[in-house]
Write a protein that binds this ligand. Structure first.
Ligand code: ZN
Length: 208
């Protein structure tokens, strides 16, 4: 798909061939690796659930490989990739936003995918200290409720948080009108336990 600031590949995995297009993105924050096991297990579960005729699932396994290698939230330029999207609320005054939208190769890869695929749903995997929940932007309220009912993670409105200028949810969800679900699992939790907790809910929202 592309490469990071330091030249690491950003890989895209495509599963199935159905008309419903779903994009799942892992690793935007390099120090939030709890979802990595989920991403490694998803292809097998997707096949087992026989979703391939209904869904084309595109998976960015790790959108910020430099951050993961360094154990940092930001990329190698110390930019928060999740503040570097071309959203109307982009904040050029904050250095961690990257000065201009799409100044970073990692955010460009994700933007290009969204514009190219025009997915019916974007799912981003993150982790949060002390709490877990699902958050949504754009017309994803019903999907968030379904995810919550199956996983037990409560729904949090985006407006309940500090503003997230230039985030994926701001750009794709609020501005572009693409449903975006942000799954925040408990930071530091066992990655296999995360998968066990969200597996059924994740497959349900992927199926639509
Ligand atoms: Zn995060």
């Amino acid at each position: 798909m592309g490469t990071s600031v330091q030249g690491r590949p950003i890989r895209l995995l495509a599963l199935g061939h159905g008309p419903r297009k779903v994009l799942l993105i892992g690793g935007i924050h390099g120090d939030e690796t709890e979802g990595a096991y989920t991403i490694s297990e998803l292809p097998g579960a997707f096949a087992e659930a026989r979703l391939g005729d209904a869904v084309t699932l595109s998976v960015v396994e790790d959108a910020n490989p430099d951050g993961r290698a360094a154990g940092t939230r930001e990329n190698a330029n110390r930019v928060d990739v999740n503040r570097n999207f071309p959203a109307s609320n982009f904040d050029p005054a904050d250095p961690s936003s990257g000065h201009a939208p799409l100044s970073q190769p990692e955010s460009r890869v994700v933007r290009d995918l969204i514009e190219g695929l025009n997915p019916a749903l974007v799912i981003a995997l993150h982790s949060w200290t002390g709490r877990q929940f699902v958050n949504f932007d754009g017309p994803a309220g019903a999907l968030a409720e379904r995810f919550a009912a199956s996983s037990g993670l409560p729904v949090e409105e985006s407006t309940a948080f500090a503003p997230t200028p230039g985030s994926l949810g701001s750009y794709a969800g609020r501005d572009r009108g693409t449903p975006v679900l942000t799954i925040e699992v408990l930071k530091g939790s066992n990655p296999k336990a995360v998968w066990d907790r969200i597996r059924v809910a994740l497959l349900e929202i992927i199926a639509g």
